[in-house]
Design a protein around this ligand. Structure first.
Ligand SMILES: Nc1ncnc2c1ncn2[C@@H]1O[C@H](COP(=O)(O)OP(=O)(O)O)[C@@H](O)[C@H]1O
Ligand SMILES: [Mg+2]
Length: 280
């Protein structure tokens, strides 16, 4: 894959806030991966991949089931041990998975506050957790038990728990796959709002091309252990209707890189025309 150490337009025109990062750090990628390989026994999963993620960039990673997407995400999240020098993440990272993974015996506020237990912000963790739950629209659920939540609400708590530490890199592993179509569209809008507000980079693993087209600045396809293909998604997020020729072109190319015959976009792929507060 072409290495992208600096994305001239990663803070593309459709961002509402140009960001307040210092000039010293703005050009350094938030994640640098160099010739990173992973194998489980004789199963060679990643073969010398080298994706960089720019500060504030929104990247979608696609690939067929079992191709190593979660393995790469786990390397970036430092959930697995990786050889020194292959993966560098500047600043904090946080992860949210397809399953919200909430502790059922802790109330919602506690679940989020727990993420700060071993950080310098420990003393402030409940106030921060409350603010984060407000941001994801769950003011009225602070005292709820996880089992009382809908799937979408539980996933919002999971997002709040990831964001409460103010990560520079948010890693999302198929976070919306288990949600119904309408909830998924709401979550797309929410994640774009959160991405803007937090000025962080996001890597989302998804098997859904339309989700990737709705959300990302850049789409990468992992195939046979290599990041062979990458696309920059140029149009503003409120101009990504399937009828947009550039969107249609990228969609066709991504599907064909995945070995799938292009089909019409799903009827619920409403995030293509996402428009939140006038800018998307
Ligand atoms: N901890 C593990 N031990 C053994 N094999 C694993 C482990 N984690 C993943 N794999 C294997 O690595 C390959 C890639 O898995 P994964 O990264 O989860 O794929 P994806 O997320 O793209 O569906 C699969 O063949 C999977 O069985
Ligand atoms: Mg996976």
């Amino acid at each position: 894959m072409a290495r992208v150490t600096k994305h001239p337009d990663h803070r593309s025109a459709d961002r509402t806030d140009p960001g307040r990062r210092s000039p010293d750090t703005v050009d350094l990628p938030v994640a640098s991966v160099r010739a990173h390989s992973r194998a489980f026994g004789r199963n060679q999963v990643l073969r010398s991949v080298d994706p960089d993620i720019a500060h504030g960039e929104f990247v979608a990673l696609l690939g067929r089931s079992g191709c190593g997407k979660s393995t790469l995400l786990r390397s970036l999240a430092r959930l697995d041990k990786v050889p020194a020098g292959e993966v560098e993440v500047r600043g904090r990272s946080a992860v949210a998975f397809q399953e919200p993974r909430l502790l059922p015996w802790r109330r919602v506020l506690d679940n989020v506050a727990l993420a700060l237990l071993n950080t310098p912000e420990r003393g402030d963790r409940f106030a921060r957790a409350e603010a984060e739950l407000h941001e994801v629209g769950l003011d009225d659920k602070l005292g709820a038990w996880p089992l009382e939540l809908s799937g979408g609400q539980a996933q919002r708590v999971s997002l709040a728990r990831a964001l409460v530490s103010n990560p520079s890199l948010l890693l999302l592993d198929e976070p919306f796959s288990a949600l119904d179509a309408l909830t998924r569209i709401e979550m797309h809008q929410l994640v774009i709002e959160l991405w803007r507000r937090h000025e962080m980079a996001v890597l989302i693993v998804t098997h859904d091309v339309d989700e990737a087209l709705a959300l990302a600045d850049r789409i990468a396809v992992l195939d046979q252990g290599r990041l062979a293909h990458t696309w920059h998604v140029g149009p503003r997020r409120d101009d990504r209707a399937p009828s947009n020729p550039e969107i249609a072109r990228i969609r066709g190319e991504v599907l064909s890189a995945l070995g799938v015959q292009p089909t019409p976009p799903r009827a619920d792929a409403g995030a293509h025309t996402m428009s939140t507060q006038g800018a998307a």
